[in-house]
Design a protein around this ligand. Sequence first.
Ligand code: NAP
Length: 340
Amino acid sequence: MEGSTKFTAVVTDGGKAALVEQEKRPLQEGEVLIRVEASPVNPSDRYMAAGAYGVKKLMSEGPQGLGFDGSGVVIEAHESVDSSLVGKTVSFFEDPHIKGYQGSWRQFLYKKSTDILVFDEGVKPIDCFGTFVNPMTALAIIDFTKKNGHKALVHAAAASNLGKMLVKVAKNEGIPLINIVRRTEQVEALENIGAEHVLNSTSETFEEDLEKLAETLNVTAFFDPIGADFTAKVLDRLPNGSTAYIYGGLGGAPISIGGTSFIFFNKKVQGLWLGPWLDSLTTAEREAVYQQVIDDLSKGGEIFGSKVLETYPITKFKEAINAAEGVASDGKLVINPQLS
Ligand SMILES: NC(=O)c1ccc[n+]([C@@H]2O[C@H](COP(=O)([O-])OP(=O)(O)OC[C@H]3O[C@@H](n4cnc5c(N)ncnc54)[C@H](OP(=O)(O)O)[C@@H]3O)[C@@H](O)[C@H]2O)c1
């Protein structure tokens, strides 16, 4: 396949995702060619495949690639690039609001050598396929917490891949965290990885328990990947002046929240999106967060590693999308475009 002039990629157009054949092209100044070997199926990929990802308005018309996160091996470097990169395991982020977006669900990816994370020998693509989307957002949540002066936070859908990372990052930072889940097994799963405060939203006393614990821990920030009517359910129970940071739409409906929260209780609602947060960092800050994730994944991924449930060839990407939602709390389904 490496010698062939064509390769397979997934594109989506008007909510219809399909495999296409693409032509290889010569490398441009500063670029490397990556043989993609692992890419997770994240909720954002599912939305994107269905033509329902919120960033659609920022993207150009026509077919778009699929896949945000991924990893692989550099197989070629432009003459302007350090040739020692060839053979290295690297990871990358395909950000759909940035020009040149290709998507990671493809056999080969062209990338600026300055836009990849490089791993030491011994780290395989399957060890580092998820370096950006969830690890960096977990770190963004901590950054928003600190920069906005919050002393403690509450997080929902906390048995997610990202939620498990956040449990460990918050603990290391000494920031109290209330985790909200919706199933008993999820309470146990989080307690098993060291979570101190886990509430089940299906419990009859959920709202009262949340209010008491939030007051005790001085929680004034809610990081919310659900939206719909869940935002108000939590925000209403937090102290006056608290903020909900919306970063996902798992609830599948617009946020509904009464005006009294804003008028009388000075509550706030704002968004959190990874790409602009990364852009907002200084170069030194960005390098520090990248290094934190590289160091952890290079040592086995205690904090930012993801459990791989199953690997799919690119030809079965639709099966992977369909299966991912039902197993989300257990681990990630991964696409390896090199498998036939
Ligand atoms: N804004 C950003 O820049 C950004 C960046 C990264 C991630 N995200 C968002 O972060 C969220 C988590 O991503 P992930 O990859 O960690 O997810 P994931 O591993 O796929 O897990 C999703 C979790 O959400 C739970 N869930 C699904 N629908 C729910 C609902 N309606 N109410 C309550 N819980 C629900 C699932 O629980 P069950 O097992 O019970 O279904 C599961 O624990 C996603 O919404 C993603 O889009 C946003």
